[in-house]
Design a binder for this molecule. Structure first.
Ligand code: ADP
Length: 367
């Protein structure tokens, strides 16, 4: 049987197969001896580094890839060798033959002999410089956009308020009407921008929780009362119900949790038709508290549910929001050591819920 031949084949055949596989791997591959000397180097490794196989075989890999004569210059290998783990994955910066730097994603597999001694290592690596640069540029665009948009919007809003107050001269009814419309639109942009700024702070990991004892029942009641004002405009009822082991005092960042609850209630109102009902429920046991926001709104199709917490994701393009609200809720809940969930029936309604541990699991910086 032909397909079994190679398993029974002689060593020459096996060596050939090994060479074909290694040389044609689409990722960089090198074998180092216990001193970090390169003993094998495939075509992709040559392409990534700019060095040919002949140029590097027999040379210390830290000299080739790090421009240093010290094996400590390779943090990945050093880590792998010292801890003798099966595999260590890391990102490392190398200098290519042309002098340019590249960021590599490297996985190092130490080779341990029968006596438990290190006999070398296998490294597989990919050049992730382009992805890293794109990521940096994306973050720069985000923070530039968020910061530079804020000032003009605030200034425009200030001048509009002054015009509407009549301090800059009397206005006709028509002019007042037009300016009020402009102000409504500016509020919308301002809300989008607030979400966007929050997102860019989370992205920049510039968010540190400010935890303190926090009464979830009081916070929910307060948010429900605030939501009623908007809900009444759409003839939607907002009800609150608490059960289980109350009081539900936890250690949490009040502003962030308040923001998460408000986002869920805002969505429930936005995606529920007039005449609907929204229920906020709080329950708890010895270890956790559970918050559920249920609406009788349009619901979310099942195939969209996996993406609903992604940043900038909106089920339909006619949504007026930024698609950041649920991403922020998820980030806040997870930063508190909690979990978020959703259940929905299209046309009938949705329930968004989150569980938070009663024990203090904050002190975690938002990622
Ligand atoms: P947005 O600012 O667009 O509301 P979110 O991240 O808060 O952004 O929500 C993402 C999308 O999830 C929304 O655009 C909407 O399509 C859907 N969605 C969120 N909450 C609900 C809900 N309670 N009922 C139905 N759809 C919802």
């Amino acid at each position: 049987m032909r397909e079994l031949r190679w398993t029974r084949g002689n060593n020459v055949e096996k060596r050939e197969i090994y060479n074909i596989v290694i040389q044609n791997l689409p990722i960089g591959f090198s074998i180092l001896d216990k001193d970090g000397i390169i003993v094998d180097f495939n075509a992709a490794a040559a392409e990534i580094t700019g060095y040919s196989r002949d140029e590097v075989i027999g040379k210390p890999h830290f000299e080739i890839l790090h421009g240093a004569s010290d094996r400590d210059a390779c943090p990945v290998l050093k880590h792998a060798l010292s801890r003798k783990e099966r595999a260590v994955a890391a990102e490392t910066s190398i200098r290519k033959k042309d002098g340019e730097h590249a960021v590599l994603s490297v996985t190092t597999f130490p080779l341990i002999d029968d006596n438990g001694d290190l006999s070398g290592a296998v490294e597989v690596f990919r050049d992730i410089s382009a992805a890293k640069r794109l990521e940096r540029e994306r973050k720069n665009i985000l923070s530039m956009f968020a910061h530079d948009m804020k000032n003009p919007i605030t200034t425009a809003g200030g001048y509009l308020s002054r015009l509407l107050s009549g301090k800059a001269g009397a206005l006709t009814e028509k002019q007042t009407g037009h300016l009020e419309t402009i102000r409504e639109e500016i509020y919308k942009v301002s809300d989008l921008l607030a979400d966007f700024l929050e997102f860019s702070r989370i992205e920049a990991k510039a968010y540190v929780l400010n935890p303190r004892p926090f009464d979830m029942e009081m916070a929910l009641r307060r948010n429900v009362e605030a939501a009623k004002i908007e809900a009444e405009k759409k003839d939607i009822a907002v009800l609150f119900q608490a059960s289980g082991e109350i009081p539900c005092t936890i250690v949490a960042d009040p502003a962030m949790i308040g923001r998460a609850i408000a986002n869920l209630l805002d969505n429930a109102i936005a995606y529920t038709d007039p005449g609907g009902t929204i229920r906020a429920r709080l329950s708890g046991n010895a270890s956790d508290i559970l918050v559920e926001i249920t609406d009788t709104g349009r619901g979310i199709p099942e195939d969209r549910l996996p993406y609903i917490f992604d940043a900038f994701y909106r089920v339909s393009r006619d949504s007026k929001g930024s698609g950041l609200g649920l991403f922020i809720v998820k980030t806040v809940v997870e930063a508190h050591g909690g979990r978020i969930g959703v259940a929905s029936s299209p046309g009938k309604g949705s329930t968004f819920s989150f569980i938070l541990p009663k024990a203090d699991s904050t002190g975690i910086t938002m990622k």
